[in-house]
Design a protein around this ligand. Sequence first.
Ligand code: NAP
Ligand code: SF4
Length: 681
Amino acid sequence: MSYAHEKYPHLFSPLDLGHTVIKNRALMGSMHTFLEEAKNGFERMGEYYAARARGGVGMIITGGISPNDEGNPFPGGAMMATEQDAENHKVVTDAVHKAQPDCKICMQILHSGRYVFHNSAVAPSAIKARISPITPKAMTKADIQKHIEDFANSARLAKKAGYDGVEVIGSAGYLLSSFLLSFTNQREDEYGGSYENRMRFPIEVMTAVREAVGPDFIVVYRLAAMEMLEQGSTFEETLALAKAMEAIGVDIISTHFTWHEARVPTLATMVPRAAFTKVTAKLKAHLKVPMITSNRINMPDVAERVLAEGDADICSMARPMLADPELVLKAEQGREDEINTCIACNQACMDHVFSGLPASCLVNPYACKETLLIKTAASQTKKIAVVGAGPAGLAYATTAAERGHKVVLFEGADVIGGQFNIAKQIPGKEEFAETLRYFSKLIQVHHVDLRLNTRVSAQELLDEGFDDIILATGVVARTPDIEGIDHEKVVSYADCILGKREIGKKVAVIGAGGIGFDVSEFLMHSGKSSGLSREVFAKEWGIDFENHPRGGVAGLKPQIETSGREVYLLQRKATYVGKGLGRTTGWTHRIMLENRGVTMIPGVQYEKIDDQGLHVLIDNQAKVFEVDNIILCAGQLSLTELQQPLEAAGKTVTLVGGAHLAAELDAKAAIDQATRLALEV
Ligand code: NAP
Ligand code: SF4
C-alpha cells in the first residue's frame, strides 16, 4: 500500500458519482480572484487552475460566474450567458484537462442578488442589504421564470465550454438563498410565505439546471447549512431543502456556513481548524447524497480526520490551494513539511477581492500570477548574503537558493521568523507558526547556509566576499516622543508579548494599529484560545453547533472569559479605532475586543507619563489613565545600520521588507517584494 493510502486512506479514496469518478476527496473550493475579469484572464485562470490540477487536487470549482447581467456584482463582471462566453472558457477547461486529464473542473454559477453594485439588482423583495448601497427590484413572476432559464442556459453553456460540472451557489445571501429567509423574502405569492414556498425558487432553478445538462454531468448545490444569522434557517428547514435537492438529483451538496451579513467570523485565523464540519455531519446523517464540507481545513491531516470521522465525503480547500498548489501532491509523497500552509490571514485573498483587487496569497505571492512570476534556474550562480531571517529574508533566501545561488542567511536570534515569532504568540494566531515550519524545511531542502545567533558586522560581510548583500534586518519599534517615556511603567510590545515583563491589571496601549489590537487581545485573554478549541470559539461567538437554533445563533449571547484586566486602546487619529485593519477581518478584531471589554478611544493627545500613569488630552479635556503599564505599539522604524558602512566600502546593498519600508510594513508586502527580487537575481 502506498504512503498516501496508508496515511490518508479517506482523502485518497475515489468518489464514484455513478456517471463520474472523482479521483480523491480533496476539492479546490470556489473563490473569485478577479482573474475572471483581468486582461488575458482566461489564459491566467487556465494556468492558475492547471497548477492546482497538476498539484493533485481531485476537483476544482471555479470562482463565481454570473448567469446574467442582473446577477453580476458589477457591470462587466464575468458571465456565462452566450455561446462566445462558452468559447472563451474553453481556454480554462482545456488547460486543466491537459495538465491532469482526471482532474474535474466545475464552474460555479453565482447570481449575486441584492449584493450587487449596479441598478439592475433583483431580489425576492425590494429590501436593501446592510452591506450594499442598492435597493433591489422585487422580481416579478416573469423575472423569476427568466432567471430560471438563465441559470439553466448558463449550466448548458458551461457543459459546452468543457466543464465537468457546475456548482450553483444557494448560500451566503446571494439570490437563491435570499428566497429562503423571511427577512429577505416577504413575497405573498407561491415563492414567499411558508418555507415550502420560499424554497420553491432554488428548487425550480436546480431542476432546470439538471434538465439542461442531462444526467452525466456533475451538479453541485451549495447549501446554506448554518447562516450565522439570527433570522437564519432552523435545522429542520435546512434539512428539508437538502432533501429536496437530493430528490431532484443533484450529485453533491456542498455546505456553507455564512451569509455576508453575518457577524460571526468563519474564515479568520482565530476560527479553529475544521470548526464547522459537524454541521455537515448532522445533515449528512439524514441524506444519501455525497456532501462537501469546508472552512479552515488547511492541512491534509485535518482533511483526513474530517473524512475519517464521517463528517463529509469531500473536503473543500479554497485558500489552502492558493497558498500551496501542490498541497495534495505533497501529502501523497510524504512531503507534508513542505506544505505552505494557509494561515487564514485573508490579507492577500479575501481582503483584495472585497476591495476589488486581484487576489493572491500572503505566503505564496505566485498565486494568481502563475503566468507572470516565473521561477527559473539562475543563469549565473552567485554567493549571496541575506541578513535577517524574518519573512522577507526567508522568502529571499529560499527563493534565491532554489534558483541555484549559494545563500548564507544570517540571523541574530536563535530562531528564524522575526516578527512572526511575536505574531504566533497571539491567541488565535497560532497558524503563523506553520509559515516558520515551512521556511525551516525550505532552508534544508534548498541548502541555505543558516547562521543563527550571528549578528554579522559589515566588515565580516565584506570579508566573506559576497556578490550580493541583501539587508532584511527588519524594524525597530518606534518610541514616541512623550515626556516620561523612560518611566518603568512603559513596556515595548515585544517584551509584553514575549513575556519579558510582568504586566499589571490596568493597562494603556499607545497605538491602535495591527499590533495594538494584537496586544490588547493578548492582554485580555483568559489563556483559552479560540484558535485551538471549537468549544471556546462557539461560546465566544454565541453559536450552538449541536442544537442548531435558527441560523445557529438565534437567542444566544457571546460568553467570554477574560483575564479581568482593564485595557485602554488609544490612538491619536479621530477616526474610529480599527479603521485601518484588514477589510474582511478588521470587524472581527473590533468585536472581539469590545466583547472582551477593551475601551477603544480615538482622538487622544499624549501629554506625559509619570507615577500616576498616562496623562492625555481628549477633546481638550485633561485625563489621567491611572494604569500599571503603558505598552508601546506606535509603529515601526526601519533597521538599516549595516547599509551605510557597506555602501561606504563601495558595496551595493538591497533592502527588503521592513528594512526597505517600515511604514505600512506587513508580511504580505515583505514576502512579495523579497520573492520578486530573488527571482531576478
Ligand atoms: P501601524 O499599523 O502603523 O500602527 C501604529 C499605530 O501607532 C498607528 O495606528 C498610529 O496611530 C500610532 N502611532 C504612530 N506614530 C506614533 C507616535 N509617534 N506616537 C504615538 N502613536 C503613534 O503599525 P503596527 O501596529 O506596528 O503594525 C505593523 C504592521 O504589521 C502593519 O502594517 C500591520 O498591518 C501589520 N499587522 C497586521 C495585523 C493584522 O491583524 N492584520 C496584526 C499585526 C500587525 P495614531 O497616529 O493615530 O495614534
Ligand atoms: Fe490563506 Fe492568507 Fe494566503 Fe489568503 S492570503 S490564502 S488567508 S495565507
